[in-house]
Design a protein around this ligand. Structure first.
Ligand code: ADP
Ligand code: MG
Length: 456
C-alpha cells in the first residue's frame, strides 16, 4: 500500500500490515458465519426496499445526528422523485468476534454490517501463501495445510459489479469508482479494476469534486462524466462526514438521482447504520422481514449481541443507567463508519453524562461488549518493532448480491477477511478501542484436530 507520507505516489509503497503467523479460528464459528451470509444479503436488501421501516428506525437518529440526517435527505429526495433504476448491487461485509463465555464456551457475535466501501480484497489475497510459507519455514508442515485459501473475494466482488454492468446493458458505459482524495489503498482497488478490465468492462476513478465539476445528467437521467456514460457507481468514499463538502453532497444527490446502478444506493447505505442494527435486534422485527422462515430468523438472531436503544423514553433511560453502572460491559456507538469512533469504559460515562438528559443521546446506540480470547503473534507493521504481542481477531464475511426487477439474480458469499488487532497498545492491557487495520487473512477450519502450537 502507499505510505502516509506520500499517499498519492505509487513509486514509494510499503507492505500492508500483517501478522507473521496465521491466527487460528474455530471451524464451527467460521462455518456459522459463512452459512448465515446470504441471509444477511437478503435482509439488507429487504430493508433497503422498506421506506416505512427506514423512516421509523431512523426517526430519532436523524434528529440528533447531522450526517445521518443529510443522507436521509437524499433518501427522501430520491423516494419522492420516484426510483429510476431497478438494478441494485450490494457488496457488503458482516463482521464478527468470538465472545468468550463462562466455562470455556464461546459464541459468534456480529459487530456490524458494512454496506458501503466494504474492504477486504485485493493485495491481501495472497497472504495465505505467505502464511503457509512462514509455517513451512519453521517446520510446521501440518499447520501450513490448515491455512485456508482466500482469493475468491476479489473475483466474487467483481462478478457482482460485472453482473450489474451487464444488466445496465450499454457496452460502452463505464464503472465509476468514486474514490477518496487521499488514496492510500489505490493499489488494492486496482486488483478489482483489473478483474473488470479482464471482462472488457471499462473502469474509471473519479473524486467527488470531479463528479461535481464535470458530471451531469441527461434528459433521461443517464449519468455522464468526461463524455462517458456511467453504468455503475461504486462508492469507495462517502461514508464519513469528512468526505463531504457542499459540492460533494450535490454530487452524491446527482448520482443517487441518476439511472446509474449504485453500489450501494442511498437506502442500502442507510440500512448499514448502527441504529438499524439495533432496531433489528428488537423482538419481532426479523420476523417481519422473514415471515415464513423461522429458521432463517433463528440463524440471524443467534449472531446478535445485546443491543439497546438510547432514544428518549423509559427503555432508553434503562440503557443509560445500565451503561453508567457497568461501563466496561458495553460499547457506545455513534452513527459512524471507518473505525476510531466508538466509546469504551470511562469514555462512555463521560459522553453519557453530557448527553443523557436530552435527545442528543439518540445519535448513539449501546451494545454489549464482546470479550474475545487473546492469542500471541508478531505484527509486522512499518515502523513498529518486531515482538511477540497479544492479539485478538475479528472476522468479516463478504457478501455480494444483485437485484433486478425485484428478484435477487445473484446472492453469494464472496470470501472472508480476518483482521487481527494488537491489544498491548492499550494502557490498561485490556481489549479496548477499535481495530487497527492489521490484515491477517488466515483461518484453519479444514483440520481442526491439529493442535496449534507456534514455535517462535
Ligand atoms: P466501524 O463502523 O467504525 O468499523 P464497528 O462497530 O465495527 O465500527 O467498531 C469498530 C471496532 O470497535 C471493532 O472493529 C471492534 O474492535 C470494536 N468493537 C465494536 N463493537 C464491539 C463490541 N460490541 N465489543 C467489543 N469490541 C467492539
Ligand atoms: Mg467495523
Amino acid at each position: 500500500m502507499r505510505t502516509r507520507e506520500t499517499p498519492n505516489s505509487s513509486e514509494l509503497v510499503t507492505y500492508a500490515p500483517f501478522t507473521l503467523f496465521p491466527t487460528p479460528v474455530p471451524e464451527a464459528a467460521f462455518l456459522q458465519a459463512l452459512a448465515v451470509q446470504t441471509h444477511f444479503n437478503t435482509l439488507v436488501d429487504k430493508i433497503s426496499q422498506d421506506p416505512h421501516f427506514l423512516e421509523e428506525a431512523l426517526a430519532s437518529t436523524i434528529q440528533a445526528d447531522d450526517f445521518t440526517a443529510k443522507l436521509f435527505d437524499i433518501y427522501r429526495h430520491v423516494q419522492q422523485e420516484g426510483r429510476t433504476q431497478s438494478i441494485v448491487v450490494g457488496l457488503i461485509r458482516s463482521d464478527y468476534m468470538l465472545d468468550q463465555g463462562e466455562g470455556g464456551t464461546s459464541s459468534l457475535k456480529q459487530i456490524e454490517i458494512n454496506t458501503i466501501s466494504a474492504g477486504g480484497f485485493g493485495v491481501t489475497d495472497r497472504l495465505p501463501e505467505v502464511h503457509r510459507h512462514v509455517l513451512r519455514s519453521v517446520g510446521l508442515l501440518k499447520e501450513s495445510e490448515c491455512v485456508q485459501d482466500n482469493n475468491d473475494r476479489t473475483a466474487g466482488m467483481s462478478a457482482a459489479l460485472a453482473k450489474a454492468w451487464e444488466l445496465y446493458g450499454q457496452q460502452k458505459a463505464v464503472i465509476l469508482f468514486l474514490v477518496e482524495d487521499v488514496q492510500i489503498s489505490k493499489l488494492t482497488h486496482r486488483c478489482l479494476e483489473k478483474e473488470l478490465w479482464n471482462r472488457n468492462i471499462p473502469a474509471i476513478r473519479r473524486k467527488f469534486e470531479e463528479v461535481s465539476r464535470r458530471g451531469s445528467l441527461d434528459d433521461d437521467k443517464k449519468l455522464f462524466i468526461d463524455g462517458l456514460e456511467v453504468a455503475v457507481v461504486y462508492y469507495r468514499n462517502g461514508y464519513m462526514p469528512e468526505h463531504y463538502t457542499e459540492q460533494a453532497w450535490d454530487a452524491r444527490l446527482m448520482m443517487e438521482r441518476s439511472l446509474a446502478v449504485k453500489c450501494p444506493d442511498i437506502s442500502t447505505h442507510l440500512a448499514g447504520t448502527k441504529k438499524v442494527q439495533q432496531v433489528l435486534a428488537k423482538p419481532g422485527v426479523l420476523e417481519k422481514f422473514f415471515p415464513d422462515q423461522p429458521q432463517v430468523v433463528e440463524q440471524i438472531r443467534a449472531t446478535f449481541a445485546g443491543l439497546y436503544t438510547l432514544d428518549m423514553g423509559p427503555e432508553g433511560d434503562r440503557a443509560v443507567a445500565m451503561a453508567l453502572a457497568n461501563p466496561d460491559e458495553f460499547v457506545l456507538k455513534p452513527q459512524r463508519e471507518g473505525g476510531g469512533n466508538n466509546y469504551f469504559g470511562e469514555d462512555i460515562v463521560r459522553v453519557l453524562q453530557e448527553v443523557k438528559s436530552d435527545k442528543r443521546r439518540a445519535a448513539y446506540i449501546l451494545m454489549d461488549r464482546i470479550q474475545p480470547r487473546t492469542e500471541q503473534n508478531i505484527v509486522l507493521r512499518r515502523g513498529l518493532p518486531l515482538k511477540l504481542t497479544s492479539v485478538c481477531w475479528e472476522i468479516g464475511i463478504c457478501g455480494a448480491y444483485v437485484r433486478h426487477e425485484g428478484e435477487l439474480v445473484l446472492n453469494e458469499v464472496a470470501g472472508h477477511i480476518l483482521r487481527t488487532k494488537s491489544i498491548e497498545q492499550d494502557d490498561e492491557g485490556t481489549v479496548k478501542g477499535d481495530f487497527e487495520f492489521l490484515w491477517a487473512v488466515n483461518v484453519s477450519p479444514k483440520r481442526r484436530q491439529v493442535e496449534w502450537k507456534v514455535v517462535y
